[in-house]
Design a protein around this ligand. Structure first.
Ligand code: SAH
Ligand code: SF4
Ligand code: F3S
Length: 464
């Protein structure tokens, strides 16, 4: 029977992609998208466990749905994704009105499980094996990569698409739940990736973002010749119709010369590298188990600057990690000042169950200190971002127009403010007709702030 569904998504781009793929699968099974959570027959929460705050928000949202379930017991409520894998049965205990819990390694079974619930055979739970509950092979096989084809309409924008090139993670940074909830690293065969990208480019897609937790450790060994990310980028660069390729997230340890040269030499590959440092202090990096020290990270930045002048480099940082002293923090602040990131995402450390850090170290930095360090680092980063955006004033840049700007969407009055991005991932806001959406156009930059370039297009371009 056809039902309407609504997927609420939190977390990283991997989750946004999973929700698109789930929506496509459900449509293929005869279901249809609902306008809102309220009117949907099926509500799915696609969840994130990376910080405690993310989980608490999901549990409160689930709590709020209890009334809706009392009012309409036929409404199906599902919790899927990373928190489903991490909490499993606990979700039914904390929210007894939930019908379905499905981990990211079991998404291929979702349509079938929804049918079972609808037939009254719920509640249903399907999660992958815990790493401690089976041998390596059994654990890997329980995390089934989810890469079905999805049609244009389920994507937010027809001219952009994310493509998964690997799933899982083998790094086990001491603070992180991802290797547990997403399972062992598995690279997708290059032929499959190229086939998907060709089909996307045959449609209206101009820009692809390749996704992986450590995307630059990609390695396809299924064929005669091993294919690494640099090779894959070369293959993608040759796909007709495609204009831009980005890839996230890189790990500093796998930033090879061959990859940097590929980014420099391949015209469609954006000069944009998200390569999180997490900290600038050696002792913190050691406790985080990141596998490099601050000098190695700085050396990598130098190599990037030397090979790809003008590349935009972005980072993530965790402040207030176990045992982080003021001196450690100052080392991180120094790194942000000298590495000149385009922008950084900064997080307060949140201890996670079943991680090495939670097991071995006390969460001993008070929240007020975490908050102060977070704000301080943000202020330093914003000053760098503003300085580095300044030279754009007066320049003309090429942007892919993504859609109405945030302001225009909020007003919802057909305002002509649009937003797009440069190849180096800078956000550009300007006025223009909506027909420009999905096109790559030149825009002249008039002024900048730390986060945005403000420009003008068309006749007004010649005005100044
Ligand atoms: N695979 C990516 C992203 C992982 S999650 C990577 O390796 O960079 C995204 C970011 O969340 C991480 O880069 C890290 O900065 C942050 N993060 C992960 N675990 C965290 C925790 N326990 N507390 C606070 N921030 C965390
Ligand atoms: Fe987590 Fe580290 Fe893997 Fe990134 S590389 S997902 S931070 S364990
Ligand atoms: Fe992403 Fe959160 Fe899962 S960051 S991989 S959605 S735990």
């Amino acid at each position: 029977m056809s039902r309407s569904f609504f997927i609420q998504t939190v977390g990283c781009q991997m989750n946004v992609l999973d929700s698109e793929l789930l929506a496509a699968e459900l449509c293929r099974h005869g279901h249809e998208t609902a306008e809102s959570l309220r009117c949907a027959d099926i509500v799915l929460f696609n969840t994130c466990s990376v910080r405690e705050h993310a989980e608490e928000k999901i549990y409160s949202a689930l709590g709020r749905l209890k009334n809706a379930k009392d009012y309409n017991p036929r409404k199906i409520i599902g919790v899927v994704g990373c928190m489903a894998q991490k909490d499993g049965q606990l979700i039914f205990r904390r929210a007894p009105h939930v019908d379905l819990v499905v981990g990211p390694g079991r998404f291929h079974r979702l349509p079938e499980l929804l049918d079972a619930v609808a037939k009254g055979r719920g509640p249903c739970l399907d999660v992958s094996l815990d790493r401690a509950d089976g041998d390596k092979r059994a654990v890997r096989e329980s995390f089934v990569p989810f890469t079905p084809w999805r049609d244009g309409p389920v994507r937010a924008a027809p001219h952009q698409a994310m493509v998964r090139i690997m799933s899982g993670c083998n790094q086990f940074c001491s603070y992180c739940v991802v290797p547990g909830v997403r399972g062992p690293e598995q690279s997708r065969p290059a032929v499959e990736i190229i086939d998907e990208i060709r089909r996307l480019a045959d449609g209206e897609c101009l820009e692809i973002t390749l996704l992986g937790q450590t995307v630059n450790s990609y390695k396809d060994v299924s064929g005669r010749k091993t294919i690494v990310l640099a090779d894959l980028l070369e293959m993608i660069d040759a796909v007709e119709g495609l204009r831009r390729v980005k890839f996230v997230t890189n790990h500093p340890r796998f930033m090879t010369g061959a990859l940097l040269e590929a980014v420099r030499d391949l015209p469609k590959v954006s000069p944009y590298l998200h390569v999180p440092a997490q900290s600038g202090s050696d002792s913190v990096l050691r406790r985080m188990k990141r596998g490099y020290d601050a000098a190695a990270y700085r050396e990598m930045i130098d190599r990037i600057r030397l090979t790809i002048p003008g590349a935009a480099v972005t980072s993530d940082f965790i402040v207030g990690f176990c045992g982080e002293t003021e001196e450690d923090f100052q080392r991180t602040a120094d790194l942000v000042r000298s590495a000149r990131f385009k922008n950084s995402f900064i997080f307060k450390y949140s201890p996670r169950p079943n991680t090495k850090a939670a097991e071995l170290y006390a969460d001993d930095v008070p929240d007020s200190v975490k908050r102060r360090r977070n704000n301080e680092l943000l202020a330093i980063q914003n000053a760098v971002s503003l300085e580095d955006n300044r030279p754009y004033e007066g320049r003309t840049v090429e942007i892919l127009v993504e859609g109405p700007s945030k302001t225009a969407r909020k007003r919802n009055d057909g305002s002509s403010q649009l937003v797009g991005r440069t190849a180096c991932d800078r956000i550009v806001v300007f006025h223009g007709p909506r027909e420009l959406i999905g096109r790559i156009i030149p825009v002249r930059i008039d002024k900048v702030d730390a986060f945005t370039l403000f420009g003008s297009y068309g006749n007004s371009m010649n005005a100044g």
